[in-house]
Design a protein around this ligand. Structure first.
Ligand code: PGA
Length: 254
């Protein structure tokens, strides 16, 4: 299975010019990378700029709405994303859960709407620091995965990637230990196997996100047995991001 590296630019950069410069360096840096799939998720506003519309380049969105069209001021639908050449969409990111009222139920509706358009959703799950300290990590992950996948057929679920992103590790520099990430990804796979069977669960990619950098990236692929990484802060620094991609590529070529 190819590793997936997702660059989540979040609400950055501030200008289209900066976005063009950043994407140009990323594209230069990842030339020749074969066994690793790189997806860049810039703010929606930059999607139409030529730098993001190159053939072969994989564009992802950071969010989508759960309806395909209609009177929903300010929302962007999965169909609209698809029509702009977008192939992936992040759903249920913890920042949206914390600041924008994203719930498990909303994540479920968004997944269904994205799958209707054959987009590849990246479902984010992860416990907060408090939940980890209380020992409820397992229950939180189970609940998030089960609620998000409710009513989704096996055929459609095959398109989903699950990102384990412990909230305490996001943007803090306090990356999750390889062993903890491995335990979480095992648990997530077990929950998916309970829903759809082991064969399908083994095909679903599970990626890790939270303070990934050039130094720790390959370790997650090797030791945590995840099939990719979701990179926030480090994806805004082209040198660091390319270092991440190359280290994963090297790890996969071993
Ligand atoms: P980070 O963000 O790499 O800056 O920790 C990861 C994410 O939020 O997806």
């Amino acid at each position: 299975m190819k590793s997936l590296i997702v660059a989540n630019w979040k609400c950055n950069p501030e200008t289209l010019k900066e976005a063009e410069i950043l994407i140009a360096s990323v594209k230069r840096g990842i030339k020749g990378i074969k066994n690793t799939e790189v997806i860049v998720c810039p703010p929606f506003l930059y999607f139409l700029s030529p730098g993001f519309q190159m053939p072969g380049f994989k564009l992802g969105a950071q969010n989508c709405f759960w309806e395909q069209k209609g009177p929903y001021t300010g929302e962007i639908s999965p169909g609209q994303l698809k029509n702009l050449g977008c192939s992936y969409v992040i759903v249920g990111h913890s920042e949206r859960r914390a600041y924008l009222g994203e719930t498990d139920a909303k994540a479920n509706k968004k997944l269904k709407a994205a799958l209707e358009q054959k987009l590849n959703p990246i479902l984010c799950v992860g416990e907060t620091e408090k939940q980890r300290k209380l020992g409820t990590t397992e229950n939180v992950l189970k609940r998030q995965v089960l609620s998000a996948l409710k009513g989704i057929s096996a055929a459609k679920a095959a398109l989903i990637t699950v990102a384990y992103e412990p909230v305490w590790a996001i943007g803090t520099g306090n990356a999750c230990g390889f062993e903890e990430a491995k335990e979480a990804s095992r648990l997530i796979r077990k929950v998916i196997a309970g829903l759809y069977g082991k064969e399908l669960a083994d095909e679903i990619r599970i990626v890790y996100g939270g303070s990934v950098n050039g130094k720790n990236a390959a370790g997650y692929i090797k030791k945590s047995l995840v099939q990719g990484l979701l990179v926030g802060g480090a994806s805004l620094d082209p040198k660091e991001f390319i270092k991440i991609v190359k280290s994963v590529f090297a790890q996969n070529s071993d």
